[in-house]
Design a protein around this ligand. Structure first.
Ligand SMILES: C[S@@+](CC[C@H](N)C(=O)[O-])C[C@H]1O[C@@H](n2cnc3c(N)ncnc32)[C@H](O)[C@@H]1O
Length: 419
């Protein structure tokens, strides 16, 4: 594919806005595309790839560029060093200063680099990971997080089963295969746009990372139960839980964000589910939460977290997060878990989950909770999944990583209130 000077110009302009880190990269990019409607589909794809590509390898590219680290230089360096673009693939119209820089960067030695630089992570994050992993493991993890994520779908079993979905998609020319772990997962080849596909519009599938699907199976809600998805957001997991309940019982979708919960509505309409009850709560201590104390069979706490397990999709997060923000998050996580646990009835279960890779947001939160709540005992995640025919050698708590499972990074622990 030939790259044009105009594409480099657009990518460098978009990157400049993204690198202010005032807002998430995906929302900055959607604003950018709204402001520049004249950009065609290929130009937009190039801009998005370049921006995400630079975010993934920012440290390496900045080091290579040295003092010439303008966004234009970063985009050119990304093409030269990460994408392996050749001088010939740069189309007509480039200035000599661009092509000279491009050629120079191609041959430039990176020199000796420390772990954080080699992993394209901020120092603080490389240090946190190094506290519980060896340097090679940190590097392997970081490299897996620096690759774009594949696209996974989840079949809606109320509409059709997973194998039928695979067959129908293939018949439509969409390359795909059953997922590796989740009985409802379908992994796509490439990233086809499916938002207008009839099977999406009729609710036969949703887009959902396979790791995220496994959290629903870990909660394992049953027909007719009372279930709470405490941090439901736009309902990625709520929809799966509702389907696992076979559209029976009552499933409360709580969240403090009305905007996020609002996005659940059209998804519920497509899915054919009628057992979901979205409730905007003021905080984890909302009186509506208290009214359900001791009445709920299964509670999912998909806690707000650093999101570092999703760096494949949100590479800006590693530059936007900070140790200070993390400290605030862990306080919030502990408070949400403590409140959500009050809902669980004797013999009922709670799943605490995050898409973080850091023990302070994961094991430490669960350990502190168990130490303060003798009524709860841990249940083996491996056994819960094995009983549903899902084989993952994870032991008591589930840890998913892109390096180990080719899913986003997730942590989950199953806790049961003694009968
Ligand atoms: C990891 S996201 C949830 C993602 C969602 N479960 C899904 O699968 O798409 C965490 C959610 O927690 C919500 N949240 C933050 N503080 C909360 C609180 N105190 N109580 C309930 N939800 C909260 C956020 O608004 C956010 O939507």
């Amino acid at each position: 594919m030939t790259i044009t000077p105009a594409q480099i110009q657009s990518a460098s302009q978009a990157l400049r806005s993204v690198l202010r880190f005032d807002y998430p990269a995906d929302s900055v990019l959607s604003h950018f595309f709204r402001d520049f409607r004249e950009l065609g589909a290929r130009d937009r794809a190039f801009v998005a790839e370049a921006v995400y590509g630079v975010l993934r390898r920012k440290r390496t590219l900045e080091r290579l560029c040295g003092e010439r680290s303008s966004t234009r230089h970063l985009v050119l360096a990304w093409l030269a060093r990460v994408e392996g673009t050749t001088l010939r693939q740069l189309g007509e119209g480039f200035h000599g200063r661009d092509t000279d820089f491009f050629t120079e960067i191609k041959g430039r030695e990176l020199g000796e680099v420390g772990l954080a630089e080699a992993a394209d992570l901020p120092d603080w994050l490389a240090e946190r990971l190094s506290a519980f992993m060896g340097p090679e493991e940190v590097l392997r993890l970081a490299q897996s997080l620096n690759r774009p994520a594949p696209l996974d779908l989840r079949a809606n079993p109320l509409k059709l089963d997973r194998d039928a979905l695979v067959d129908k998609l293939k018949a439509d020319g969409v390359g795909c295969a059953p997922g590796r772990f989740s009985p409802l997962a379908v992994r796509l080849e490439g990233k086809p746009a499916l938002q207008k596909h009839p099977l999406f519009l009729d609710g036969s599938f949703e887009v959902q990372d396979e790791g995220s699907q496994l959290l629903g199976f870990l909660l394992q809600p049953k027909r007719g139960e009372m279930v709470v998805d405490f941090c439901a957001g736009a309902g990625g997991k709520t929809l799966l839980l509702g389907a696992l309940m076979r559209n029976t019982g009552r499933l409360y979708a709580f969240d403090v964000s009305e905007k996020r919960l609002g996005k659940l509505k059209p998804r519920v309409a497509r899915s054919g589910l009628s057992n979901i009850h979205p409730v905007v709560i003021a905080s984890e201590n909302d009186p509506r939460v208290k009214r359900l104390a001791g009445k709920i069979d299964r509670v999912l706490v998909d806690a707000p977290c650093s999101g570092l397990g999703t760096l494949r999709r949100n590479p800006d997060l590693k530059w936007r997060q900070s140790p200070e923000a993390l400290a605030e998050l862990t306080t919030k996580q502990a408070a949400i878990l403590a409140s959500a646990a009050r809902l669980v009835k004797p013999g009922g279960r709670l799943v605490y989950a995050t898409c973080s890779l850091l023990p302070e947001e994961n094991e430490a939160i669960v350990a502190a909770f168990l130490a303060a709540n003798e009524a709860f005992v841990p249940v083996s995640a491996e056994e819960v999944l094995a009983k549903q025919g899902i084989t993952i050698a994870c032991g008591e708590q589930l840890h998913l990583t892109p390096a180990g499972h080719d899913t986003d990074g997730f942590f989950a622990a199953v806790l049961e209130r003694k009968a």
